[in-house]
Ligand binder design. Structure first.
Ligand code: EPU
Length: 339
């Protein structure tokens, strides 16, 4: 039913060597429930952590409890109306495979989220986003098992408090549910979303002669991501390590006076400034501190050059936050979940 003293190396893209007391890999919801029952009975006070591919986690120490992983990767397509359909996928399905499956089935909306590491289950926790699109725009329902009771719960989008890389599963309900399925409501028609600054620029510069299809957009996004972000198999990382901070317009004006070319986006609650830019201005891009480092092509990404511990990465991230605060008076916060 579970494996004891299990290495989490294959379950975190940072490539941190950490162990958990026990590891459960479930193939069905019934098996998950049965495992939870036994774990509650045998280890009532041990914590439980659910992981997908571990692409947004940083293990800062061994996990003194049970780690649960889904090996369920199936999906079904359900009719909705004449413009939309639902695709309900199991939590363990690799995210990029899921995006490919959507396109093969002529279901559109998620093209810009191509090549993001992780799983379908994690997408609903983290509200993954890229190139002007966030997963929550298309999330219709989330199905989860309540850890305390083993009950299956179904949540509609409005109950989940979605925000920038945020959901209720990272806040009030943290550690309370194991997501088993996510239903996405997708469009039957392709409407390219290419207004995001760097994307429209790349499309304009690429001089694409053919009309943009969902598949060509997906390929373009994949290509951009490959040039900017390290492949976890080559260099351990968790994608963007920090969230992009939102500052007031007064703060932004003083920043822009000093740095007229500061990149920025206007959002509902202020002006978003790329943390990668702030970090680069502080001289961290490509910097190495032992085995922990800042990626040389995108300063928002911290990397493990081999053998870094969670503590090494935390120390580097704290030094970066301090220096951004000292130089700009802006507090940046990790996007990655520290365990
Ligand atoms: N920039 C720099 N130096 C850097 C990195 C970025 O000056 O080292 C500047 C760029 O020149 C650009 C701006 O910052 O003007 C924005 O950069 P980019 O388009 O690469 O995006 P980002 O804001 O750094 C966010 C997401 C990424 C997502 C991209 C594209 C967050 C925390 N990150 O990064 O998401 O792929 O936009 O939409 O919002 C992830 O979450 O893991 C992730 C990779």
């Amino acid at each position: 039913m579970w494996t004891e003293n299990f290495s989490l190396l294959p379950y975190n893209t940072f490539g941190i060597q950490a162990h958990c007391k026990r590891f459960v890999d479930y193939q069905s919801v019934d098996e998950l429930r049965e495992s939870l029952k036994q774990i509650h009975h045998s280890f009532p006070i041990d914590p439980i952590l659910c992981v997908g591919e571990g692409s947004n986690l940083l293990f800062t120490k061994d996990f003194e409890g049970t780690v649960i992983h889904s090996s369920m990767t199936d999906y079904e397509i359900l009719p909705y109306n004449d413009q939309h359909a639902l695709i309900k996928a199991e939590a363990g399905l690799n995210w990029d495979k899921f995006v490919a499956i959507c396109l093969e089935n002529k279901l559109y909306g998620l093209e810009n989220l191509s090549y993001i590491p992780g799983t379908v289950g994690a997408s609903a926790v983290q509200n993954i986003g890229a190139y002007g699109v966030e997963a929550e725009q298309y999330i219709y329902r989330v199905y989860a098992i309540e850890i305390a009771t083993g009950e299956l719960r179904t949540f509609s989008h409005n109950e989940l408090n979605y925000g920038y890389r945020q959901s209720i599963f990272k806040q009030a309900w943290k550690g309370q549910f194991i997501i088993t399925h996510v239903a996405y409501k997708l469009s039957l028609q392709f409407n390219p979303q290419i207004q995001y600054g760097s994307l429209s620029k790349v499309i304009a510069e690429s001089g694409m002669s053919e009309p943009l299809t969902a598949q060509s957009l997906r390929e373009l996004i994949t290509k951009i991501r490959r040039t900017k972000l390290p492949e976890p198999t080559d260099l351990g990382s968790a994608g963007s390590f920090f969230m992009n901070p939102v500052v007031t317009s007064e703060k932004f004006q003083s920043l822009q006076q000093a740095y007229p070319n500061v990149p920025h986006y206007i959002v509902a609650d202020g002006i978003k400034v790329p943390a990668g830019w702030l970090i680069e201005q502080c001289g961290w891009k490509g910097h190495r501190q032992g085995a922990a480092g800042v990626y040389d092509k995108q300063a928002l990404v911290l990397v493990n050059h081999g053998g870094a511990t969670g503590a090494d990465i935390v120390a580097l991230s704290e030094a970066i936050c301090r220096s951004v605060d000292e130089k700009f008076g802006i507090q940046i916060k990790p996007e990655v979940n520290f365990i």
